[in-house]
Design a protein around this ligand. Structure first.
Ligand SMILES: Cc1ncc(COP(=O)(O)O)c(C=O)c1O
Length: 428
């Protein structure tokens, strides 16, 4: 297992900073979401230092869908970047942190009327319009409230990001955004640009998640800038281009992410060149990484409860967690690395399948992983679970969600462990 950030091994046991996994288990219990706070902050700073230009402002948004609670929103606020949200609930959570509403970009292919109203009433900075129904809906709300809203339009540049079908977002039949190739696209843009209720700042695109080819991002930038040229030629000024997130990360040795800092510099250079070729000027270039900021900074600690060998010869480790706290392997075959945290350097001896406690055969976190001999009560650390684990978690089988701690010099509990009462709180 690759040790990211401040993970290290002392006396054969994984530690995060100065805290051993046994200490964390004893103090906070398992399953436990553990965030390496300093590493998360370091990742944000890397983005800020590499994604900058002398020709335009750069703006980095944390894609909060990757992992959101009040604590992380405050960290993002302290690191002085912006944030995106895709639901009223995400906006509400962010507003309950120190983050100011004007730093929020509101995305989503199907924003409900009540969510749009909430966003407008809360003073959300920018709303990213996805479709024509939304233009009408939002315009009616703004008219009623006598307000003007800064907006971007989400466009689909038709790029194949070569990633899993469930996390690709920019093929021509994607559910997101308006195609730059559709016949009425310029009419739609003109309608927004000419509305007295909107201030059209620019365009947004996001080609997918866990994308490893630099070329996909370059093609996206090229398509979008060529398109901005066409729109500018029609007399509509575009000042902001938001190219989304999706930068691929390491989960297992099958993933080969590009070196981020080098890539970001090349990305900026490419965009500067494309703008120059098209004789265009942008005021702001925005990106919105989620996974590449938080994924490798989060890990999940479990206890091995039962070791079971099947008649067919499969060696299972049943952990105290499940697909409830990590749905990604069941949802789209995501892969992870793990170690026995208290036996890190022991010889790898057996092939195990790490399975959860849900009544689903698909409730498997890792298939066929070589580990040292596992015994009950051993600690299993699954790494790089920071993104889309907690945020996709559920109470299936009425299982309580784990607690989440942020570890730096000190430890902060960001989310309490759920109780049986929590599971019942809406039952009448
Ligand atoms: C619009 C938008 N922006 C940003 C992201 C963040 O993607 P990632 O976490 O892969 O960086 C997503 C993820 O699905 C998204 O839909």
């Amino acid at each position: 297992m690759k040790l990211f950030g401040n993970l290290k091994v002392i006396d054969n046991e994984i530690h995060l900073g100065k805290y051993s996994m046994s200490y964390l288990k004893e103090k906070y219990g398992t399953p436990l979401y553990i965030v390496d706070e300093d590493f998360f902050r370091e990742n944000i700073r890397k983005f800020k230092n590499s994604f900058k230009s002398k020709k335009f402002n750069t703006n980095i948004l944390y894609a909060s869908k990757a992992l959101l609670n009040k604590y992380i929103a405050n960290v993002v606020c302290e690191e002085d970047i912006s944030i995106d949200a895709v639901s009223g609930g995400e906006i509400y959570t962010i507003l309950n942190s120190r983050m100011s509403a004007d730093k929020i970009y509101f995305h989503g292919n199907n924003k409900l009327k009540k969510e749009l109203e909430f966003a407008v009433d809360s003073g959300v900075g920018k709303i990213v319009i996805d479709n024509t129904s939304e233009i009408n809906k939002l315009e009616a709300i703004l008219k009623e409230k006598k307000k003007k809203q800064k907006v971007l339009i989400r466009l689909n540049p038709g790029i194949d990001a070569h990633t899993h079908e469930y996390i690709t977002t920019s093929k021509n039949d994607s559910k997101f955004g308006l195609s730059i190739f559709s016949d009425d696209i310029f009419d739609i843009i003109e309608r927004v640009a000419n509305s007295k209720y909107f201030e059209l700042l620019g365009f947004h695109a996001h080609i997918g998640s866990q994308v490893f080819r630099e070329e996909s991002f370059f093609s996206e930038a090229e398509e979008m800038i060529n398109f901005i040229k066409k729109v500018s030629d029609k007399g509509i000024r575009i000042e902001e281009l938001n190219l989304g997130g999706g930068f691929g990360v390491y989960y297992t040795s099958e993933d080969s992410p590009f070196e981020l800092e080098g890539f970001l510099k090349r990305y900026i250079k490419k965009i500067e060149e494309l703008l120059e070729e098209n004789n265009l000027k942008l005021k702001t270039l925005t990106i919105e990484p989620g996974r590449s900021l938080i994924s490798n900074a989060g890990h999940t600690l479990y206890t091995a409860e039962i070791i079971k060998k099947t008649y067919g010869g499969k060696n299972f480790i049943f952990i105290d967690g499940s697909m409830n706290d990590n749905i990604r392997p069941a949802l789209y075959g995501a892969k992870y690395e793990a170690s026995i945290a208290n036996k890190f350097n022991d010889n790898l001896e057996e092939v195990y399948t790490i399975a959860g406690k849900c009544c689903e055969s698909g409730d498997i976190i890792i298939r066929d992983i070589m580990l040292p001999k596992v015994e009950e009560e051993d600690l299993i650390l699954v790494s790089s679970t920071g993104a889309y684990n907690y945020s996709m978690s559920s109470n299936y089988n009425r299982i309580e969600r784990p607690a989440m701690i942020f570890v730096s010099d000190e430890i902060k509990v960001a989310v309490k462990r759920e109780t049986y009462e929590d599971l019942m709180r809406n039952d009448l």
